[in-house]
Design a binder for this molecule. Sequence first.
Ligand SMILES: Nc1ncnc2c1ncn2[C@@H]1O[C@H](COP(=O)(O)OP(=O)(O)OP(=O)(O)O)[C@@H](O)[C@H]1O
Ligand SMILES: [Mg+2]
Length: 278
Amino acid sequence: MILLEAHGLTYAYPGGFPALLGLDLRIERGRRLAILGPNGAGKTTLLLHLNGTLRPASGQVLLDGATTGYTRAELSNWRRRIGLVLQDADDQLFAASVAEDVSFGPLNLGLSDEEARQRVDEALAALHIADLADRATHMLSFGQKKRAAIAGAVAMRPEILLLDEPTAGLDQLGSSHFLTVLKQLEAMGTTLVFTTHDVDLAWHFADDVALFKAGRVIAQGAASDILIDEAAMSQAGLKTPFLARIGLELRSCGLLSANAPLPREETSALQLLSRIRG
Ligand SMILES: Nc1ncnc2c1ncn2[C@@H]1O[C@H](COP(=O)(O)OP(=O)(O)OP(=O)(O)O)[C@@H](O)[C@H]1O
Ligand SMILES: [Mg+2]
């Protein structure tokens, strides 16, 4: 079922370059969507349309199949359902301390102080930054700020969470904690959408992929199809994910049958290789 949809969106920044040129995208409930494409392709601009921050010059955003409105009440309802974690955490964090920042959303939802505190504690623990609760947000490292910004969105438990390059700048452990948090959030009913330049992350984690190029979506579909479509990938300036290339290579040498799935995770690739070695 399609939850959120962009239909023929066009947008140009004031006095700027046209950023979206008739963009179509579908977000299906419960399916993880990765958005990929080169710098300047319009990924961030699209996310800003999907939570109503930017309004298209033409085209529509449909939520549950209905056109979205831009009155204050409609925007507030919209943002309650659709969370957005910005590319640059400095644009997201505004309260003095980490705990205050993360509590802002839940308090705004009308939760009691006690419920909000519980959400904050859970979100900070999930992102492994409980020790930063009382730290000033402007005195954190890049990755710590990023984790705090993600914690703020997680504490809202939105219906859809849009994440703009969430793992860029996170250390290995931070990335793996983050994916665990996303899975927990998903289990509570949140649909995940994220932009990334990491094709290997998309191969491992996404169900669906949309490829952006110059303000348009040039391909959207199952990750297992799109990410090995060399023509579409190279149009978007991307290479096939590493594990997919290994799997395809094994297929072409006859070591993996044509109908066996390609390995999506390191562990399954290693198992496959050790099976082949006998
Ligand atoms: N605030 C702005 N004012 C004017 N033009 C902008 C602004 N932000 C983005 N643009 C332009 O809009 C286009 C799309 O930018 P956008 O930030 O959406 O790209 P992106 O796909 O998110 O890129 P990246 O991978 O670098 O994050 C680019 O041509 C960019 O130069
Ligand atoms: Mg961007």
